[in-house]
Design a protein around this ligand. Sequence first.
Ligand SMILES: [Zn+2]
Length: 426
Amino acid sequence: MEGKYWNPEIETMPLDKLRKLQEERLKLLVAHAYEKTGLYRRKFDQAGIKPQDINTLDDLKKLPLTTYLEDFCNTPIPEKLAVPMEEVKVFYTTSGTLSGFTQPIMWTRKDFDEIIGQGEIRLRLALGMRADDVVQALAGDYCCFKGCELMGAGFLTVMAGRGNLDYQIRLAKVTGVTVLQYLPSLMLRYFERAKELGIDIRETKLRLVAIFGESFAESYRRRLESEYGVAIRTMYSCAEVPFIAHECLEGKGMHIFGDWCIVEVIDPDTGEILGPGEEGEIVATPLVNEAMPLIRYRVGDVASILPYEPCPCGRTHPKISLVKGRVAHIIKVDGKKIMPIDVEEVVANTLGLADDYQIIVTKPGEQQRLNVKAEYKPEIKDVNALKNQFEAALSQNLAVESEAELVPLGTLGRPLFKAQRIIATY
Ligand SMILES: [Zn+2]
């Protein structure tokens, strides 16, 4: 399969038609959720809303927000499931970090084939993958391969390399892997380890890395793209909403999967809807879930809707910015809101520092000063001068008082899954 789009009619449809499609799907979703789930019947009744009150996209804001802990986790499965259990054919889960137990995500056969299958290939073509690619998905699931299958691309199975990073890197070289799919912090580790094994990534066939699951500083992206001769592109989803947005080859913001999902951005403290360019919490309404409908779901990630402009790739669906991080990871320092990625930009731009860093939070609530631990590269002779330079750069870029502690490369440990950037010491 070769081609720029998987579904050109949908992906390049005029914006007014897309809005009409969203409106039709929203009305169906609202009726389905109200009629078939105890969760939404209760929420709508409490808010005094009936499905017939929702007729246009502007009416969406009348509907209550859905939260992860109170609504999603605390609602028993029969009350959030809109189909009989025997129609659920595919089970997935959330990570369970916030709720203490992994929450099942359920799909009917139709949900899985029409959304996951189609979404995977749409996403992959938009990121620039082709039929002659060989894909190594080191984090991901069975569904990751659906897109590869449909596209006709090759892929290494989940067990290829048996979870051993050295084997996986060597396998990638000998099998001619062209696309790597991984978390950004683990991609850094992959590149670092390849170097240690004497493998020059530039001399392998790797040309594209599809990243997801963590925010990633632009400075790192640019540096790694030139250092390793690869393109790095982002795909964005969460377990509950499998397709929210993706970058295209242009790499400037992420197109929303507009036919499947409505994205709003709200102030996380007040719930007020924010306009284009204003940073806040992402709220997603997946439009075509049959088994487990979700309406105005608070995803917990920070981003903004980008002011609309046509994209040279030809896709018409609006864009959001790259995700800056989690709402839960906003740190207040001396009246300012700071996110790990803000610190990451400074780390990436300070020559002499390695990639890993930690923000040390010494007490609950607001901090007086920003405390950062970072690693220096082995060739650094004057660590104190580097520390002063780093502290000055932090204070200048983030406009808060900063204190840094520099430790030798490798001291902070390496992430096994997602990198832990905030360390509480109280
Ligand atoms: Zn585009």
